[in-house]
Design a protein around this ligand. Structure first.
Ligand code: ZN
Length: 507
């Protein structure tokens, strides 16, 4: 298809057309979907976008290859491989590669990423990634004079500017959809957003802002167990009216209260931060466990998950540490979090105790691997990581089984707390965000809040109290920040930061 020896500008144009053709199905699909169809103006606009993409990428690739043919080839190869992987995730899970998705990817550990591995992924990798690289490396590129370079790149710039000017009336439309367009344009989605992510991380990594000191106001022995859910969406809990019985144990439990709540974000790091912070902020304020620990409360953190802001306490137990202590058959599942729960509480000499259990129970895409086999209540279940390949019924069955398992975990915590009769205790279960299970062809989570469907942010907020004399306020809709103030109230901590209206308990 190519002669063996080609001018740089021809290769840059060829690679730009290849790049546009191979990796932008979702991009143009989106453009066509979002536009009022049929009008000539819209059709012209779509063509303009297409030409703009080809010209802009030509300009960038031309610059790269002209600066150094070898470095240009290496960079283009990396782009093709990463494009192929990005397009796999876009096509398979309906995600877009925006800044928060980059954050998800960079924070994902190898164990989690291995659960995405599939034959289809390999296919994308070879056909859309490796193959274009082979073609590129078989061509030898003939250097052009700088005079020709400036002429041709100048022409590209003029074309780009003219296209922008001609479509100036569409700027509002582009602005409105900039997140999706940017998240679907290769290779700029991940290159630009990775840069943005690191810039914002550096800003965030400032030291956490300390809150004013708190004081413990009585000697009553009390415990809060905060269970942070992972991708648990409200509508699949039978406590909230779901037709399948996913809460067989909690439904039988006295003193259970449930509230509607919305998460502040649709991905783990932001959702967990929001559960632990006293208010919505892009700054990092002292989070609940650090604040309580600094103010003489016993704080225990057990996790099978990741992504929380830095926790500065003495008793932090990672999954690996819990695994060494765990006995029994189910140590690869989230009940590992219950290891030594009671013993750790009883070992404390403090009157006020906060335990945080950070679960990973409903994390996709391999829902069917997140619970022991006896919790496979609903069948058949989806066993593929390519969720769109499963029937909706099998996918939802697998997800619902994770909720049945969550029901069991919460039940076990409550049973433990009931035996600690010297303490007044409460369990709070709040999810980091929701989950899409194929509604509107979306899967998993992570869409920006502005675009996210309700499945990705409507979360359960379940409360159990040890004594029916402990009353709860009626509340139409809670936020994740209610956790912070409610815990302060329950443990009788007085603090200038405390807000009574964010407390779920009655006085
Ligand atoms: Zn999450």
């Amino acid at each position: 298809m190519f002669k063996n020896n080609r001018q740089t500008s021809h290769i840059a144009l060829g690679m730009s057309i290849t790049n546009t053709a191979l990796y932008h199905l979702a991009f143009f699909n989106f453009v066509f979907q979002e536009m009022e169809t049929g009008t000539l103006r819209q059709l012209l606009f779509s063509f303009s976008l297409l030409f703009l993409m080809v010209t802009a990428n030509f300009f960038a690739f031309y610059l790269l290859l002209s600066t150094s043919r070898r470095v240009g080839k290496i960079l283009l190869s990396i782009f093709f491989i990463l494009n192929a992987l990005s397009v796999y995730f876009i096509h398979t899970y309906g995600v877009i590669i925006d800044e928060s998705m980059i954050g998800n990817i960079l924070n994902t550990n190898t164990e989690e990423s291995s659960s995405f591995f599939s034959f289809k992924l390999l296919l994308y990798f070879f056909l859309l990634g490796v193959l274009p690289c082979i073609v590129l490396w078989r061509i030898s590129i003939q250097r052009e004079s700088w005079k020709i370079f400036f002429k041709r790149s100048g022409l590209a710039l003029v074309i780009m500017l003219s296209l922008v000017v001609l479509n100036a009336n569409q700027l509002l439309w582009i602005d409105k959809h900039s997140k999706q367009l940017g998240g679907l344009a290769m290779p700029w989605s991940y290159t630009v957003n990775t840069a943005l992510f690191y810039i914002h991380e550096a800003q965030k990594n400032k030291k956490e802002i300390l809150l004013p000191d708190a004081t413990i106001t009585n000697e009553e022995k009390s415990i809060v167990v905060l269970v942070i859910g992972e991708s648990a969406r409200r509508q699949n809990f039978s406590l909230y009216g779901y037709e399948k019985n996913t809460n067989p144990l909690l439904a039988q439990t006295a003193n259970i209260h449930h509230f509607d709540a919305n998460s502040s974000a649709t991905y783990t790091t932001a959702g967990v931060k929001s559960i632990l912070e006293h208010k919505d902020s892009s700054d990092l304020y002292e989070i609940l466990p650090n604040y309580l620990y600094r103010n003489q409360v016993e704080v225990i953190w057990k996790t099978t998950n990741w992504g929380e802001p830095p926790v500065h306490i003495a008793n932090y137990q990672s999954k690996e540490e819990l695994r060494q202590l765990c006995k029994g058959d189910n140590c690869q599942y989230d009940e590992i979090l219950l290891t030594n729960l009671k013993a750790d509480i009883l070992a404390s000499t403090k009157n006020k105790i906060l335990v945080v259990l950070h679960t990973s129970t409903s994390h996709g895409p391999s829902y069917n691997t997140k619970y022991p086999s006896n919790f496979e209540v609903f069948t058949p279940v989806c066993t593929s990581v390519d969720l769109a390949n499963c029937s909706s019924e099998a996918l939802i069955n697998a997800y619902d089984n994770t909720i049945v398992y969550t029901d069991y975990l919460l039940h076990r915590v409550i049973e433990d707390l009931k035996t600690l009769t010297d303490f007044k205790s409460t369990l709070l279960f709040v999810s980091d965000h929701g989950e899409s299970l194929g509604e509107k062809n979306l899967y998993m989570h992570g869409l920006p809040m502005k675009l996210a469907p309700k499945e990705q942010y409507e979360i359960p907020f379940i409360v159990w109290v040890s004594d029916d004399a402990i009353k709860l306020k009626t509340n139409p809709l809670l936020s994740q920040h209610h956790v912070f103030h409610s815990v302060l109230h329950f443990l009788s901590l007085s603090s200038p930061i405390y807000e009574e209206k964010m407390n779920i308990f009655e006085n």
